[in-house]
Design a protein around this ligand. Structure first.
Ligand code: DOR
Length: 453
């Protein structure tokens, strides 16, 4: 039994508007222990069972965030597995997959095992970890077994953490030998370095942040994404390209259902939300890699999300301290804290008619479960784990410093009022967040991954 969990506890959720598997319907849901026992109407429960009346609220599977940087081990002044998984749970994210650019980097199977050890008993949400590819660890890649990691991360463009994989022979071998999905950060670094040199010549050290999408350009993105697609196609590997940002890259992806694809695509909430018109106001707060680009690019991402070329919505939650972010262009690190507000941004897009609530649940909950073979999560089904979120679409949530939960204590959304509120988050049957309060339980368990090439 996991710490803090009472196997006999039950919970009845009544009158919920369930969003699941492409449908919206009114149901009651009975949770027993860690699992969903019944879904139906008029579900009754034994006396004394806790009841949550969910009238007027959406019930959905918790979001499975397939890309976060929770900074542990080694960078815990920015965030750690405990603080960031709690912030995630408050945002309706019930499972997360963490990236390997920590210290030490997760680039050996031993470092991966150590990281799982560090996480045990400390996470509010369920966790899985990526293995990191480098130019020098192909033997470790070959030894990596299905289930050990959610996937193999390859920084095919340099970003935070000095993990660039750019040796052509290594890339060939990586796509040839990976037993699990390869997930990539695609930006062509030599193009970026050239653009950086030009910007330095023009502006000196004080490059305006609005130059970021010109430096981390669309040309850099498409060159690298094309290479990844070519490698995966030739080796018949599983490839998931992370945080896509440009209209031009959308032509690389098929509209087929994810069950028929070996090459899939992810978009992150900040790229669906912000565009380059916001650099003047927000500066380094929205500096991230790949860069937030034009309004036209943002609309193209939304179109691709709606027509199936983009399969998954994630966050790329990447906290840095306010002090680190206050530096000038070249020194300010890239990345934004996002997990607490990701679902709320998506519900604003729903309220604005840009995506449907069924599509939201498909891309943020069902799709990551399917693509990574996450065991018995990501859907609301009898017998599956009770990872559930209640969202109140009628109560606004204003973001202010006083209600931020990430360790870095700032947010690009400060001052914004979202149209919806995360009402309740349930993980493995335990209520971990309710009415604006974290309840302090570390209900998260290690995720199981079964997808193999
Ligand atoms: O903006 C980013 N921040 N992009 C990345 O690829 C890495 C991340 C980080 O770890 O800070």
């Amino acid at each position: 039994m996991q710490k803090g969990h009472d196997p006999l506890s039950s919970l009845l959720i009544t009158n919920a508007r369930l969003v699941n598997e492409g449908q919206v319907r009114d149901v009651d849901v009975l949770v027993e222990g860690a699992r969903i026992a019944r879904i139906g109407s008029g579900v009754t429960a034994p006396e004394g069972v806790d009841v949550i009346d969910a009238a007027g609220k959406y019930l959905m599977p918790g979001m499975i965030d397939d890309q976060v940087h929770f900074r542990e081990p080694g960078m815990t002044h920015k965030g750690d597995l405990a603080t960031e998984s709690a912030a995630a749970a408050a945002g309706g994210i019930t499972s997360f997959m963490d990236m390997p650019n920590v210290s030490p980097q997760t680039t050996t199977r031993q470092a991966l095992a150590d990281k799982y050890g560090i996480a045990e008993g400390r996470c509010t949400a369920n966790y899985g970890f990526y293995f990191g590819a480098t130019n020098g660890n192909i033997e470790e890649v070959k030894a990596l077994q299905v289930g050990e990691a959610c996937g193999i991360k390859a920084f095919m463009g340099a970003s935070t953490g000095d993990m660039l994989v750019d040796d052509p022979d290594v890339l060939e071998k990586l796509f040839e030998h990976a037993r699990v999905m390869v997930v990539t950060h695609c930006e062509h670094s030599p193009t970026i370095w050239e653009n950086e040199a030009k910007a330095r010549a023009e502006f000196g050290e004080d490059v305006p942040f609005a130059e970021h999408p010109n430096i981390r350009s669309a040309a850099a993105c498409i060159a690298s994404s094309k290479l990844a697609v070519d490698l995966a196609t030739r080796h018949d590997a599983l490839l998931h390209i992370l945080h896509l940002t440009t209209a031009i890259e959308m032509d690389l992806f098929s509209r087929a259902h994810r069950s028929e694809k070996r090459i899939t695509a992810e978009v992150c909430v900040h790229h669906l939300w912000f565009d380059e018109s916001r650099y003047e106001e927000l500066g380094s707060r929205i500096k991230c890699n790949p860069a937030i680009k034009s309004a036209r690019d943002r609309l193209a991402l939304l179109a691709a999300l709606n027509d199936g070329r983009i399969d998954v919505i994630a966050t790329d939650h990447a906290p840095h301290t306010a002090e680190e972010k206050s530096a000038s262009y070249f020194k300010a690190p890239a990345g934004l804290p996002l997990v607490q507000h990701a679902l709320l941004t998506l519900f604003d897009l729903v309220a604005d008619g840009q995506i449907s609530v069924e599509l939201l649940v498909d891309r943020a909950c069902h799709a990551p479960a399917d693509l990574f073979g996450v065991g018995q999560r990501g859907y609301v089904r009898e017998g599956w784990f009770a990872d559930l979120v209640l969202v109140d679409p009628g109560t606004p949530h204003a973001v202010s410093r006083s209600n931020l939960l990430s360790k870095c204590q700032w947010s690009p959304f400060e001052g914004h009022e979202f149209s919806a509120t995360i009402d309740t988050t349930i993980i493995n049957g335990e209520v971990v967040y309710r009415n604006g309060r974290l309840l302090g339980n570390t209900a998260g368990r290690r995720l199981e991954f079964s997808r193999a090439r």
